[in-house]
Design a protein. Structure first.
Ligand SMILES: NC(=O)C1=CN([C@@H]2O[C@H](COP(=O)(O)OP(=O)(O)OC[C@H]3O[C@@H](n4cnc5c(N)ncnc54)[C@H](OP(=O)(O)O)[C@@H]3O)[C@@H](O)[C@H]2O)C=CC1
Ligand SMILES: O=C1O[C@H](COP(=O)(O)O)[C@@H](O)[C@H](O)[C@H]1O
Length: 495
């Protein structure tokens, strides 16, 4: 369905308004919605944190957060920033909520926002429960319009803590008021998985274990841990990237066709897929998962030498794994996943590897080394958006040899610029009440159960770290994981 350019009316409250995420992603994304007409006159934005800022200072910070705009757009940005108000607020202090409520009511009236309230929790997760409880107990939830919470990641650090958080949220809010953000679900090409699968007979009819040999998902990062060591060292790649982004992608690749393209129907299918994903025993986890940590490279620190990282840290900065689904569609088809920091390049791609023809009639006796390639459908998520289908074709010339060629499509540069930022798209979805691209509690719960089973092993076994060099594609064991199955990663270094 085409997003109607419909004006949304709401009062936003950003908890964590002075933080990194708000400045880097949230305000610029709201500005884009304003430029496109999804926000016009009827919205007000309240920023809160403990710092004592004036409205003017906050508006200046919001304006500064909007980068790379022309002189004419600067006027628009100033008008946009004039909708922003600031209130010093400690989320743990109940007494502060009355003033916040007054300001929300004032802005609701001033901007005729129809009583719609959107609360964005852009703070350390330790505060998520207390904010939700206080919003409820201090009367900030009204039945005038909608009340929606957008919750940042991480949603817990294991199943138990996620459940506690979810219980605290659902004590005050209904599931359909809770938007658990996963910014990968806001990426253009991740959303394209559904279009590709369910909009094309030639693809969906082959999307099963009769025709697909394996599926590979790679989320590769070139940067290291940067300034986020205090968070990252308590998390690691398994919690930071696999539990959420990778399992969300995998669930879209593995799910059955939803009855309709609605949030409720899509969620049902994603949950079913995650339920059928095999949860490993410790010994199976040892065989099917690989972890790594980056070493020093030319002009770059080893992870253990990064600021804020303990010298003996056992935190993984790389994970590769083989996921299995015990269901009719996917039985016997491994989903290989990998993600890591300080790898060769920054990119995200999905490679769907099809089975070779059962008989290769082109392997003539005179041509004993001939071999058909597997068909591979690649979904390029980033940095460029596109698809490629590798097929075998006849090599031009005398004789009859085959060679793989690519049929591909890449978004042109102008169109690529129009692609909305994930946060822009997801903020808009939350305003529209569309939770298709947010994680439901059941999805989060199954993902944690899978991850917890691996942590059971990893938390007691001391890894031999560091074990990969910056600029590589991770430890050798990641390649061996596939070699054991007679396979290899489609994306290899220096291709
Ligand atoms: N930064 C990023 O790139 C990403 C962040 N996230 C998630 O987004 C959330 C925010 O991250 P980030 O912006 O980096 O965090 P920051 O540490 O930069 O910001 C935290 C914010 O919380 C405020 N704060 C802290 N304690 C209180 C309190 N008791 N009462 C009120 N406000 C308080 C801080 O202001 P003050 O100290 O003045 O009160 C600040 O505005 C986290 O959940 C993070 O995991 C997710 C993906 C990427
Ligand atoms: O959620 C996270 O994602 C980023 C990578 O996101 P991308 O959109 O740039 O691919 C990752 O660097 C970070 O560690 C993690 O918390």
């Amino acid at each position: 369905m085409k997003a109607l350019t419909r004006e949304n009316k709401a009062v936003f409250t950003f908890f964590g308004a002075s933080g990194d995420l708000a400045k880097r992603k949230l305000y610029p994304s709201l500005f884009k919605l304003y430029q496109k007409g999804y926000l016009k006159e009827h919205f007000g934005v309240i920023g809160t944190s403990r710092a004592k800022w004036s409205d003017e200072k906050f508006q200046g910070i919001v304006s500064d957060s909007i980068k790379g705009i022309s002189e004419t757009e600067k006027g628009q940005a100033a008008k946009f920033a004039s909708h922003f108000y600031y209130i010093a607020h400690d989320v743990t202090d109940k007494a502060h909520y009355a003033a916040l409520n007054d300001l929300i009511n004032q802005l609701n009236k001033q901007y005729e926002a129809q009583g719609n309230r959107l609360f964005y929790f852009s703070m350390a997760p330790a505060f998520f429960s207390v904010i939700a409880l206080n919003l409820k107990s201090e009367g900030l939830i009204t039945d005038e319009g909608y009340n929606r919470l957008v919750i940042e990641k991480p949603f817990g650090r294991d199943y138990d803590t996620a459940k506690q958080l979810n219980d605290a949220l659902t004590a005050s809010f209904e599931e359909d008021q809770i938007y658990r953000i996963d910014h990968y679900l806001g990426k253009e090409m991740i959303q394209n998985i559904e279009a590709l699968r369910f909009g094309n007979t030639i693809i969906e009819s082959l999307w099963n274990n009769r025709y697909i040999d394996n599926i590979q998902v790679t989320l590769s990062e070139k940067l290291g841990v940067e300034e986020r060591a205090s968070y990252y060292d308590t998390s690691g790649a398994l919690r930071d990237m696999v539990q959420n982004h990778i399992l969300q992608i995998v669930s879209q690749l593995a799910m059955e066709q939803p009855v309709a393209f609605t949030d409720a129907d899509v969620r049902v299918e994603k949950v079913k897929a995650l339920r059928s994903m095999r949860v490993y025993s410790p010994s199976a986890a040892a065989t099917n998962l690989v972890r790594g940590q980056y070493d020093a490279g030319e002009n770059s620190n080893a992870y253990r030498d990064e600021d804020g990282v303990p010298a003996d840290s056992a935190t993984e900065t790389f994970v590769a794994g083989k996921l299995l689904f015990d269901n009719y569609r996917w039985s016997g088809v491994p989903f290989y996943i990998r993600t890591g920091k300080k790898l060769a390049d920054k990119f995200t791609r999905i490679d769907v590897v099809f089975k070779k023809p059962l008989i290769d009639i082109f392997a003539f006796p005179q041509n004993p080394n001939a071999s058909l390639s597997e068909n591979v459908l690649t979904i390029y998520v980033e940095p460029n958006s596109g698809f490629a289908l590798r097929v075998n074709a006849k090599s031009t010339g005398q004789g009859f040899e085959t060679e793989p060629i690519n049929l591909d499509f890449f978004q042109d540069a102008d169109k690529e610029k129009e692609v909305p930022e994930p946060y822009e798209r997801l903020l808009h979805d939350a305003l529209e009440g569309n939770s298709t691209n947010f994680a439901s509690w059941s999805e989060v719960a199954y993902a944690w159960k899978f991850v917890d089973a691996i942590r059971k092993l990893w938390d007691i076994e001391v890894p031999r770290f560091p074990n990969y060099i910056p600029g590589s594609m991770g430890p050798a064991a990641s390649d061996e994981l596939l070699q054991r199955d007679g396979r290899s990663w489609v994306y290899k270094l220096n291709q």
